[in-house]
Design a protein around this ligand. Structure first.
Ligand code: PGA
Length: 247
C-alpha cells in the first residue's frame, strides 16, 4: 500500500504561506516522492492552496468538518464546503478537537460519515493520553476510540486512521518502536474485525506525534505504519520534504 505523508498545519498560516507550499511543490517536482503527499491548511487557505497545488502531487485536506450537510451552525464548515473549496480529505477527531471541543467518538464517527458522503477521504485520529498510557490502558482506549469513531463506510478508498499518542503531539517525545508497533498491530486487528481482513489491509494507518526528518525513517519502517501525520514539522517545506524523503 502506498504510504501517505500528511501535514496538519493546525491554526497556522496566512495567504503569504502559499510560498511555503510553492517551495514544497518545487522540491517534489525535482525528486518524485515514494509516498502520497497532503497538506491540511486552515480552512481559510484551502482554495488558495488547492489552486497553488494544481499540477503537482500535493493533495489538500481540511482539519475538521461538521456532521451536518448544511444549516444553522454558526462558524462551522460542512464536508461539502471543504470539497467545494478544493479539499480531497479531512482530518476528524484530532485529539485537540476531542479535548478542546469535547468531541466524542460518536460525533467523530458522524463527521467521518459526513465526509465520506461528501466524497472526501476521512482521516480519523485516535490516541491515548499520558495518564491512560501510564495506567496501562492504551490498547483499550485506542480500541474504544476505533470502535466508536470508525465510519460505517470504512474502506481503503474512504478512510485513513491516524494513531497519535496525545503525549507525543508537539512535545518532541515519541513512543518506542515497540510501542508504535504494538498499537498499530492492534488497530489493524481492530479494523479486520470491523471490516474484513482484506479491507483492513487497504486502510492506511498513519503515525503522528513529533515526527521530524531525523526520526521519520525509523518510525515509517515499523510494521503496520503506512505513513505519517505531521504537525509542526510540516510547516516548513525543508522539514516536510525531509520527512517525505524518508519513505
Ligand atoms: P506534531 O503534531 O507533529 O507537531 O507533534 C502532530 C499532530 O497533532 O497531528
Amino acid at each position: 500500500m502506498r504510504p501517505l505523508a500528511a501535514g496538519n498545519w493546525k491554526m497556522n498560516g496566512h495567504q503569504a504561506s502559499v510560498a511555503e507550499l510553492g517551495a514544497l511543490k518545487d522540491k517534489l517536482a525535482a525528486a518524485s516522492p515514494a509516498c502520497d503527499v497532503m497538506i491540511c491548511p486552515p480552512a481559510t487557505l484551502i482554495t488558495t492552496f488547492s489552486d497553488a497545488a494544481a499540477g503537482s502531487v500535493i493533495q489538500i485536506g481540511g482539519q475538521d468538518c461538521h456532521s451536518a450537510v448544511s444549516g444553522a451552525h454558526t462558524g462551522d464548515i460542512s464536508a461539502a464546503m471543504l470539497k467545494d473549496a478544493g479539499a480531497g480529505a479531512v482530518i476528524v477527531g484530532h485529539s485537540e478537537r476531542r479535548a478542546d471541543h469535547g468531541e466524542t467518538s460518536e460525533l467523530v464517527k458522524a463527521k467521518a460519515q459526513a465526509a465520506i458522503d461528501a466524497g472526501l477521504v476521512a482521516i480519523v485520529c485516535l490516541g491515548e493520553t499520558l495518564a491512560e498510557r501510564e495506567a496501562g490502558d492504551t490498547l483499550s482506549v485506542v480500541h474504544a476510540q476505533l470502535n466508536g469513531s470508525l465510519p460505517d463506510q470504512a474502506a481503503g478508498a474512504t478512510t485513513i486512521i491516524a494513531y497519535e499518542p496525545v503525549w507525543a503531539i508537539g512535545s518532541g517525545l515519541t513512543p518506542t518502536t515497540e510501542q508504535v508497533a504494538e498499537v498499530h498491530q492492534a488497530i489493524r486487528a481492530g479494523l479486520s474485525a470491523l471490516t474484513s481482513a482484506e479491507e483492513a489491509h487497504r486502510i492506511r494507518i498513519l503515525y503522528g506525534g513529533s515526527v521530524k526528518p531525523s526520526n521519520a525513517a525509523e518510525l515509517m519502517a515499523i510494521d503496520n505504519v503506512d505513513g505519517a501525520l505531521v504537525g509542526g514539522a510540516s510547516l516548513k517545506a525543508d522539514d516536510f520534504a525531509g520527512i517525505i524523503a524518508a519513505f
